[in-house]
Design a protein around this ligand. Structure first.
Ligand code: NCD
Length: 332
């Protein structure tokens, strides 16, 4: 494969050939990822290699799946401590922390709250950096896990009709997914979002896209009307919206009734987490209500969001192997 970039920072720079290669590599990794079944023969591709995970924003799936991916490849990982327990508590900068971790590892997975910060950090580091999310900008490895989910669950990505629901303005997973979908043929995306939370234009220039701004009571009608192959639900990004999130707190919940109105062939995805919704106050959620996706939907065979989170392991295994330039060890 002709992947010749040092870092994996954005879907913008990835073409169809890059994506096909990573998705195929991920498929070959899946039996070694342990996601659904015990691994029979562990891999040793990254024996002796160290991944550093440096997440300056909360994470469960992305960080843990990177760590699991490196362990499944036969390597190991070091993890940056919480700010309170590390030298950041003494005022050390993110850049200095990353410089140090870069010297202690072979590859880094970095998440940071500041918009477009990860590419800026990467340019000053001597090891490959994978962007695990840079503020409200992008989340390329989630897009790869999302594409993999579509391929595995729908058979192909070309030709899919996708409804993206929720906070399309601040949802970095929706941004990177829309951007990456520009590499596929006949993909049509309908964005369904509250007024003011539209998808930024830069992420949809390469796809056929239309947007419907709706109020809660219309969600089921609009979704059923789009007859999508994939519903991609997202969270309202409270941490970026602040008190404004109140305006959207009860919006866009997918319930068993929503599912009833969707075709049999529609799959339901969500990058997760799906938080408890309610009225947000400075002290947290004052009145817990419901979730982006009602837990009553979990048993529906079309609900694939937990599988989608699991697919983060084989896809990140593939990304680590490619970024370390060890593709020749893939053996296919
Ligand atoms: C997302 C993220 O952090 O951007 N989660 C994830 O990585 N799977 C989505 C979110 O926080 O809403």
């Amino acid at each position: 494969m002709r992947w010749n970039r040092k870092h994996l920072l954005d879907t913008h720079v990835m073409d169809r050939e890059d994506l096909d290669y990573i998705l195929d590599a991920a498929e070959s990794m899946e039996p070694y990822s342990g996601i659904f079944e015990r691994v029979k023969q562990p891999l040793k591709i990254c024996d002796g290699m160290v991944l550093a995970t440096a997440f300056f924003e909360p994470s469960t799936r992305t960080k843990k799946s990177f760590q699991a991916a490196m362990l499944r490849l036969g390597g190991t990982y070091i993890d940056m401590d919480d700010e309170a327990k590390s030298s950041m508590a003494k005022g050390e900068s993110s850049m200095d922390t990353l410089r140090m971790l870069s010297n202690y590892s072979d590859i880094l997975a970095v998440r940071h709250r500041q918009l477009r910060s990860v590419p800026a950090f990467a340019s000053a580091l001597n090891k490959p950096v994978i962007n695990g999310g840079d503020g409200a900008n992008s989340h390329p490895t989630q897009a790869i896990a999302d594409l993999y989910t579509m391929k595995r669950e729908k058979g192909a990505i070309d030709g899919l009709h996708i409804a993206m629901v929720g906070d399309l303005r601040y949802g970095r997973t929706a941004h990177s997914l829309a951007d990456a979908l520009g590499n596929y043929s006949d993909v049509h995306v309908v964005g369904i979002c509250p007024p003011g939370l539209s998808m930024p234009r830069e992420f949809i220039s390469g796809i056929s896209y239309e947007e419907k701004q709706i109020k809660m009571m219309h969600l089921d009608d609009v979704l059923a009307g789009t007859c999508p192959d994939v519903v991609y639900a997202t969270r309202v990004l409270v941490e970026r919206l602040g008190q404004d999130a109140n305006a959207f707190s009860y919006l866009y919940t997918i319930t068993p009734e929503t599912m009833q109105r969707l075709p049999e062939h529609t799959i339901l995805m969500h990058p997760l987490p799906r938080p408890e919704k309610g009225i947000y106050t400075a002290r947290g959620i004052a009145k817990p209500a419901t979730w982006d996706i009602d837990t009553a939907v979990d048993g529906d065979p079309r609900a694939v969001y937990h599988k989608q989170a699991a697919y983060g392991v084989p896809t990140r295994m593939a990304e680590i192997v490619v970024m370390l330039g060890m593709q020749d060890k893939l053996g296919y």
